[in-house]
Design a protein around this ligand. Sequence first.
Ligand code: PGA
Length: 246
Amino acid sequence: MKVLVVKNQKDADRQGVKIFRQAYKHGARTFGLATGGTPEGLYRELCQSDLDFRDCIAINLDEYVGLDGNHPQSYRYYMQSNLFNQKPFAETYLPDGMAPSAKVECTHYNWIIATNPIDLQILGIGQNGHIGFNEPGTPFTSTTHVVNLTSSTIKANSRYFKDESQVPTQALTQGIGNILQAKQILLMAFGPEKAQAVKEALTGKVTEDLPASVLQKHPHVTVLLDEAAAALLPSEWVAEHVQHIY
Ligand code: PGA
């Protein structure tokens, strides 16, 4: 695991573009993408870059159940407005939150991932250590499934809705087993509210109680942090594992 700490989120976004560029140069054409506040700046930088994704495939992690792609809080809408409209991809996939059968949609989504192996997966991390919508306790072998969102996730995501009661209570998400299949993973985390989860994920026990801790087992992970998110990492650990980029 490579851990890079930069001064602030802006620097991290630029660093993220470098990682994208490097991966593309080495043949990556299938990108696993995430939504939320964390990758917004990265997508802004990608939109302004000269990178061309017209021969690429994008496969997202998750989508709310019950929101269609025209709903401004759906992840399809987010991806269109933050990236795809400006930087078209050959194909883009998100789970269908309106699918009549969630079970069929999960099988279909697993098939999409299996037939388009992800070269570079972008991840954020929840304050409880979740990745995608895989909440604490999710088996590391899980594949795409329906989740009941925890109250902490609903609360965190309510900032995008009128109020907490508007936040969907379920989502479709790639499982941890799917995420681990990606050839390379870039986990990004910014701000003091992520510091505890980052510390536990990187330096703690690998446990299903903290989903992101599984990344310690993946052979090709880069973690990109700003100073605030890295603040609780023990100094001996930092000395041994962290590269500061200023
Ligand atoms: P955020 O969410 O990027 O909006 O902080 C990350 C996550 O919950 O996975």
